[in-house]
Design a protein around this ligand. Structure first.
Ligand code: FE
Length: 343
């Protein structure tokens, strides 16, 4: 992408994130990855009168062979973590998510923004205050709920007991101390109580398996009891899912993690066909998707920190909070959560 355009985008991003004179913005990258993003964020921070610097970590040595989360490359770098704790804002180009180090940095009051998606997607899904407002309406509703039920024509009927874990919102920028967000994003989520998820989820063709970055082709039936998946049945997709989870040799990989719905009408369900190498943020965000996930809940303050993690956005589901419909057949039915033109 043209670097003037990238500069403009990062300037808009840091303006939304309320970067201002007197602040310090740190940009974290690894190896030679995303050096163009780092340059653009340094430029943007300077334009806003903040002081900025770029911290570059060495290329990761070796690979675990799986998409394990939580290995930040900062674990053996306590002085680097200390420096980042002193910053007002950290732009994370490395994907620190789920690492102890990210929690420590946020805990010190540093706001953190993850930016790892392809630049054309960052441009297309540029966050807006209007979208933030709708996401926050959703978050407030979710935070007040005691139970969530999800159903689908394919046979999904699962209930999450809520109330133990906080509700999180992602709308693509962050202007509050200690708060994390990811550009681009537009969804809300929380987690069920540790033993409070029960029922059946039937994945349908077209539902999305992240981080496989594939669309389900054949139905997959998941049985969930007391917060854990006890059975996975179906064709090839079921076998791939089982085989992958099993490879971690960690029973906590079968735990039920965060759950919520997406709100960005600009995000496309078919997005993976355009950006097969991305993280799938467009798929997590598309309007009316219901996304559940498998694996760690430490992001919400829970005890499960397994590195085995799936996010699974589903189409055409209905979602109820304390029996009130929020999403019906893949469409958001609360007026304040709908885009202005669709109320
Ligand atoms: Fe997730």
């Amino acid at each position: 992408m043209n670097h003037n355009l990238l500069n403009e985008m990062c300037l808009r991003q840091l303006t939304l994130s309320a970067v201002h004179e007197g602040e310090t913005v740190a940009v974290l990258s690894r190896g030679s990855e995303r050096s163009d993003y780092a340059d653009a964020f340094l430029f943007a921070a300077g334009q806003l009168g903040a002081s900025a610097y770029h911290m570059r970590l060495p290329e990761p040595s070796g690979s675990s062979g799986a998409w394990a989360v939580g290995e930040s490359g900062l674990a053996t770098n306590p002085r680097a973590v200390e420096a980042l704790q002193q910053a007002d804002m950290l732009v994370d180009l490395t994907f620190l998510l789920f690492s102890k180090e990210q929690f420590a940095i946020q805990g010190a009051g540093t706001r953190v923004l993850t930016v790892v998606e392809p630049a054309p997607l960052l441009a297309r899904l540029m966050p807006t205050p209007e979208l933030r407002e709708r996401v926050e309406v959703g978050a407030e509703l979710l935070a007040g709920a005691g139970a969530m039920r999800i159903t689908s024509p394919a046979g999904t009927d699962v209930t999450y007991r809520l109330g133990r874990y906080p509700t999180m919102s992602e709308y693509g920028y962050t202007d509050q101390p200690g708060r994390w967000d990811h550009w681009p994003a537009a969804f809300v989520f929380t987690g069920g109580t540790d033993d409070g998820v029960d029922g059946t989820i039937v994945l349908s063709p077209g539902d999305v398996l992240l981080p496989f970055n594939t669309y389900v082709q054949t139905p997959v039936t998941l049985t969930i009891e007391k917060g854990f998946i006890t059975d996975i049945r179906g064709g090839l997709d079921a076998e791939l899912l089982s085989s992958y989870i099993e490879s971690f040799e960690d029973p906590r990989g079968y735990g039920m993690s965060h759950v919520g719905w997406g709100l960005d009408e600009r995000a496309k369900w078919h997005g993976l066909t355009q950006f097969p190498g991305g993280m799938g943020m467009e798929l997590r965000s598309f309007y009316g998707n219901v996304m559940f996930s498998i694996g760690p809940n430490n992001e919400l303050g829970g005890p499960n920190d397994t590195p085995c993690h799936f996010d699974i956005p589903m189409r055409g589901c209905s979602l109820f909070l304390d029996d009130e419909p929020v999403v019906v057949d893949g469409d958001v039915v609360i007026p304040d959560m709908r885009p202005a033109g669709r109320r």
